[in-house]
Write a protein that binds this ligand. Structure first.
Ligand SMILES: Cc1cc2c(cc1C)[n+](S(=O)(=O)[O-])c1c(=O)[nH]c(=O)nc-1n2C[C@H](O)[C@H](O)[C@H](O)COP(=O)(O)O
Length: 493
């Protein structure tokens, strides 16, 4: 067994050893290839890096990226001196008082309040941040506040059914758990919390490319072999890696491929970046003037593989790699939605990445109105083979129903489920989904809609959304222009 003081000697860029899960690794030659730059590794040169390594790297990352001989074997734990052990940042102990009984959480916002108290600052910064001034992140939520219901009365709503199907896959709710990276920042079980809860509640989880848990762990956490999952894909500049990810997902029974198209580069999320600025790194880093672009926080460090050259031309290649239905995630104009429909893709997610990408991009719900009208004008809507999803700022069943009334098949929810499991594990996500189901039942009853088919455009007044919607006249002449300009308004009586 290696002694710790032997490892401590290799603490620089010319000889860099780190300890992860009790084994020492010689990462000297890997330093220049690390996507997050050499600096962040040098900070832990000659030390135990397990605690920082785990939330960012799925299991198996070292084995996949380092030649076998670079694993130097176990370090004798008895040789790790006491002062070094205490040097580690005390793991954020969940403050039990900050976590009320789960039954006291009555809506999705409650989880956010609790998560803010219990999450490590780096985790809260990463999960809660939006790009630049976070105008779009706030608009995602406030846009729903400008849409009003037109409930109908004296309809038999003794039975309410909010079940639906997404890409032909059954779901108990028109809600799916959207892809959010670095699940272990909030909880040691990471994305597996979402898998278990989605399986228990009969909804679909979208597996993120940038998950903390490995793909196999997430698939392995399914509650039964029928549990449906989708895959979110960042296309890698190395297309062979992307092909491997897609084929592995398809072989594992994943039922839909959501290609993220709004992040050729991850946004500037300043709460996240500040965390990185605070992280001044080791003396070695400062001497070494580390070159990683730390001005964009964890996001940049984990996403330099994303291919900014991805274009419409690549969709032919993508379709040649898989038979899974392909959905574009992050579409923000009717022009791109129409192009996706005309190409025969399976759908689009109208999304601005939770306000984490281009600030002042419109919210998905605002774009939905113009997309539906533009598709209708081309006889491309309604079309069961082309589904429209919306995500961003959805916190209530009333938000879900507004999106469904305006033409969405279902909506994606991100942060609330992260916050729910950060404090309560998978039970928190189950509870969050049950709250949504209770809200759905009540809202549909009060709306006068016993099933989702009865949730129709006439049930919402979305005129107040109109100002942001871009009604560029289209080839069908002025009458369509008129139609579009009333798209989010009252239906023609
Ligand atoms: C909150 C959050 C969102 C992320 C996310 C990470 C977090 C913490 N990450 S990110 O690291 O690149 O930004 C992803 C991601 O891996 N891939 C992706 O397609 N969307 C990513 N999204 C966007 C997500 O899929 C939804 O579009 C967004 O979360 C919806 O907004 P709400 O959180 O308000 O529900």
């Amino acid at each position: 067994m290696l002694k710790f003081d032997e490892v401590q000697k290799h603490n620089n860029k010319d000889s860099c050893w780190v300890i992860v899960h009790g084994n020492a690794y010689d990462v000297t030659e890997f330093l220049p290839d690390h996507p997050g730059g050499a600096g962040i590794i040098l900070k832990y040169a000659g030390k135990d890096a397990t605690e920082e390594y785990d939330p960012i790297h799925p299991p198996g990352t070292l084995e996949e990226n380092l030649p076998k001989e670079k694993c130097l074997g176990p370090v004798d734990p008895s040789t790790i001196k006491e002062e070094v052990k205490t040097e580690k940042k005390p793991a954020a102990k969940l403050d039990e008082d900050a976590i009320p009984p789960l039954s006291q959480c009555l809506n999705l916002y409650d989880f956010e309040v609790i998560a803010k108290k219990v999450l490590k600052p780096t985790a809260w910064a990463y999960y809660s941040s939006g790009a630049d001034d976070e105008v779009t992140m706030r608009e995602n939520t406030s846009a729903f506040g400008r849409i009003w219901f037109r409930p109908r009365i004296l309809r038999d709503v003794s039975k309410v059914d909010y079940s639906t199907s997404l890409l032909g896959q059954k779901s108990t709710l028109p809600v799916y758990i959207t892809a959010t990276a670095l699940g272990k920042l909030g909880h040691p079980e990471g994305e597996k919390n979402l898998t278990v809860a989605a399986g228990k509640e009969g909804i679909i989880q979208m597996i993120p490319t940038l998950a903390s848990c490995s793909f196999d762990e997430i698939v392995g956490a399914r509650v039964d072999e029928n549990q449906v999952q989708f895959m979110q894909l960042y296309v890698n500049s190395n297309r062979k890696i992307t092909e491997r990810i897609i084929q592995k997902a398809e072989a594992a029974g994943v039922k839909g491929l959501f290609v993220t198209v709004d992040a050729p580069q991850l946004g500037r999320r300043e709460k996240d970046m500040r965390m990185k600025f605070d992280d001044v790194g080791s003396n070695e880093q400062n001497q070494n003037k580390d070159t990683v672009d730390r001005s964009q926080g964890a996001a940049r460090a984990i996403s330099s593989f994303i291919d900014p050259s991805l274009s419409w031309d690549d969709l032919t290649w993508l379709r040649s790699v898989t038979r899974m239905p392909i959905v574009l995630k992050g579409v923000q104009t009717w022009e791109d939605a129409v192009r996706a429909a005309e190409m025969g893709l399976a759908g689009v997610v109208l999304s601005n990445h939770g306000g984490r990408q281009l600030d002042f991009a419109r919210s998905g719900i605002e774009v939905l109105g113009e997309v539906v009208e533009a598709l209708k004008a081309r006889n491309l809507f309604p079309n069961p083979m082309f589904q429209i999803f919306v995500d961003g700022g959805i916190r209530r069943a009333s938000d879900v129903l507004k999106a469904v009334a305006m033409g969405a098949t279902a909506v994606g929810i991100g942060r609330p489920f992260l916050y729910a499991y950060s404090a309560y594990g998978s039970d928190g996500v189950v509870h969050a989904l049950q709250l949504l189901k209770a809200e759905m039942e009540m809202n549909m009853r009060l709306l006068g809609a016993p099933t989702l088919k009865d949730v129709v455009p006439e049930m919402v007044d979305a005129r107040a959304l109109g100002t942001h919607v871009n009604f560029t006249p289209i080839s069908h002449g002025h009458q369509i222009y008129e139609k579009l300009s009333t798209a989010v308004g009252m239906p023609n009586e």
